[in-house]
Write a protein that binds this ligand. Sequence first.
Ligand code: FAD
Ligand code: DHB
Length: 398
Amino acid sequence: MTENSVPDRTQVGIVGGGPAGLMLGQLLHLQGIDSVILERRPAEHVIERVRAGVLEQTTVDLLTEAGVGGRLHREGMRHDGIYIAFGGSRHHIDFSALTGGRTITIYGQNEVVRDLIDARRATGAPLLFETPDVSVQDLDTSRPRIRFSERGRPRELTCDFIAGCDGFHGICRASIPAARFRTFERIYPFGWLGILAAAPPASDEIVYSHHDRGFALFSMRSPTITRLYLQCAPDEDLDRWPDDRIWKELQTRLRTDDGWRPNEGAILQKGVTGMRSFVVEPMRHGPLFLAGDAAHIVPPTGAKGLNLAMADVWRLADALAAFYTSGNAGPLETYSDRGLRRVWRAQRFSWWMTSMLHKNESDTAFDERRQLAELDYLVSSSAAMTSLAESYSGAPLG
Ligand code: FAD
Ligand code: DHB
């Protein structure tokens, strides 16, 4: 489907129309820089894909400044903190009080994507869906090209720069010669079974729960929709999880001794996600810049993936603006190093949250006691809670 006609040349060719690619397009548009966004899947698929839900203060500020915060401010659910539950009790961590007013906002990733697609369409700038055969060429030159087909017709787009915003399984990272980058990876021996349910949220804030039977997470999307996750096997077979088994397991893992438990309702959507930590260094090869999940993956426990993607494209748009307005290539040169610092901090935090809250079959009795001691320390030390609050609510950009 052609949104707007695609030229033969552009300043920035963007591969991938997920949150990273669409936000980059919006930020570049605001700077007067041309871009073309090519997305392999249909628009409806990208809009309906249920994924992240927690926006850091930093991401909310960025979306607002980029002129796409209207619905987010009307419909997003602002939270001052989170609950950590273990041993039958819930403990509140008040981010706002601990960080001088920083908060998080619950607003589905699919809603962010919907707002960004609307904004792109309003600008009239090119956004092409259903381009399954994208490839990038001439990455060793200053005139890189993107090949793709438009309604079956082969096309070529010459660019000054290419932004690889095509997610973990995309083609951009795979187009860099192996000798030119290094990867770092950890695969976790568990996954999350996530559901969306037509039930009013039973808590005003998210609940991360440690339980002998495995981790569970209570979240929400709106005053009528609850979002819940259960730790499961990375390759869990959803057919083994009829709705009543899901609810029974969620109730067991989330219920606390004060009588709190999630409300139940019709299950609207189910899915299983594996968990990994992954980083590529550097996040750049010549005129190709990687951003978002194309460059790094975090396990979802710290709610960092979408937020990191937003920080990447802010930095990239800012660096491209410096290049086009004053010929200063310095910020482009340091794009990767500056980004990796934030990425590794988020990796540390996501790994820490994941290891503190999940049950790992290979853990010894010692490890289990250590995990409980970690949780006990966290909820009884304001220094420990402040550390979590700072990392979770997100460092300011720059
Ligand atoms: P993607 O969303 O993967 O987008 C990449 C796009 O590129 C896709 O639309 C894809 O179709 C397209 N593409 C791929 N290959 C090609 C190609 N060859 N040509 C053209 N297009 C291509 N993050 C948070 O911050 N907070 C959370 O609470 C959170 N929870 C999560 C819960 C779950 C269950 C999951 C799965 C993820 C969660 N994340 C969370 C992570 C977050 O969803 C991702 O980090 C985010 O989607 C990254 O955005 P992206 O644009 O970089 O990549
Ligand atoms: C949600 C997802 C997460 O990964 C997380 O850590 C918290 C909440 C959510 O989908 O609402």
